[in-house]
Design a protein around this ligand. Structure first.
Ligand SMILES: Cc1cc2nc3c(=O)[nH]c(=O)nc-3n(C[C@H](O)[C@H](O)[C@H](O)COP(=O)(O)O)c2cc1C
Length: 193
């Protein structure tokens, strides 16, 4: 691994979707981003994921759906809250939805299939960073809403992440992170039970 690649892994930071602006990836860049995104470990070669590319029309339609569902769910929503929901999927130039498409009852445990979809999300973040863009992995209520999932044509699957991609307006300060020492432990045996 080159120092540059290692630095990329060590310095990646999310940029809030609301701070991502045009330009987003063009078609050739999108293809590269998706290729990198899909190069993940996948026990059993099941390919337990799908990626939806949501263009501007799709983002607007999804925003209208969020606004409608929000207004139906809460008794007296304020208009600005509804507008925030409408904007939610339209914040960045590109929205990718990573689906965990699992096979139940398969000999590969579902947990491992889900992990592989998480790896797709992380690869997309890293690839976006490598290409000079920034990205944000979000879920929020729409990821768990049955109407949203059905409207997107995946009623039986799960949303691993909404991945927003664009050009960052500013690089955020890093956030406090766990140190290596805080989250690692060494184990050398012996086994006592
Ligand atoms: C599965 C998953 C879902 C997430 N959903 C949200 C979310 O809905 N809202 C949010 O503010 N951050 C969410 N995050 C956290 C951000 O993606 C991000 O990790 C966080 O802002 C810290 O930035 P960093 O990537 O630079 O550490 C989620 C992370 C994961 C792994």
């Amino acid at each position: 691994m080159t120092d540059a690649t290692l630095d990329l892994l060590r310095t990646r930071r999310s940029v809030a979707a609301r701070d991502l602006v045009e330009p987003g990836p063009d078609e050739a860049q999108l293809e590269k981003l998706l290729e990198a995104g899909l190069r993940v470990p996948d026990h059993g070669k099941l390919g337990p994921w799908r990626i939806q590319i949501v263009d501007k029309n799709g983002q607007a339609a999804l925003g209208d759906l969020y606004a409608r569902l929000f207004a139906e769910t809460y008794p007296d929503p304020r208009p600005e809250q509804i507008e925030l929901e409408r904007k939610r999927p339209q914040q960045a130039p590109l929205l990718l939805i990573v689906w965990s498409v699992r096979q139940a009852g398969h000999k590969i445990p579902e947990f491992e299939q889900i992990l592989s979809a998480g790896a797709v999300c992380q690869n997309l973040l890293l690839a976006a960073h490598a290409m000079g863009f920034a990205a944000n992995w979000l879920t929020g209520w729409p990821a768990y809403d049955t109407h949203v999932k059905a409207a997107l044509g995946h009623a039986r699957d799960d949303i691993a992440g909404f991945i927003f991609v664009g050009t960052p307006t500013a690089q955020p300060e890093d956030r406090p992170r766990k140190s290596v020492a805080q989250v690692t432990e060494r184990w050398s045996g012996p086994v006592e039970i």
